[in-house]
Design a binder for this molecule. Structure first.
Ligand SMILES: [Zn+2]
Length: 116
């Protein structure tokens, strides 16, 4: 195998590892990293962090921040959402897929055909 093909294989292996992290694995990752702190802070404080991060995401988009900066804000939002789910005992992946199972939960259509 030539060097270039080795590098491409390595990069695709890394991409596969990243792509194999589903919502549930990400939530478990946040649990391992932060559950002790999230639990001690409690639901109210963690919810307030989440709303602050959502506000920061909105500001980053509105201010025309770099794609990398906006990605970091998205990462913070999903991390705090996962933290809140962890301390409320919610499985984010099940909750999301059960509600949005390839169709709009209101009109039951794909794509959505609601009038709003
Ligand atoms: Zn709909």
């Amino acid at each position: 195998m030539c060097r270039h093909a080795e590098i491409l294989n390595y990069e695709s292996a890394i991409a596969k590892v990243v792509n194999d992290v589903h919502i549930r694995e990400f939530q478990e990752m946040m649990h391992r990293l932060y559950f002790h702190r999230d639990f001690a802070r409690g639901v109210k404080g963690t919810y307030e962090w989440l709303t602050d991060e959502i506000k920061e995401l909105g500001e980053a988009i509105e201010e025309g921040s770099s794609r990398e900066a906006i990605e970091r804000e998205f990462a913070d939002v999903i991390a705090w959402l996962a933290s809140l789910a962890n301390i409320t005992g919610i499985d984010l992946e099940s909750a999301a897929v059960n509600k949005y199972n390839y169709k709009c939960p209101k009109c039951q259509q794909a794509p959505c055909n609601c009038n709003f």
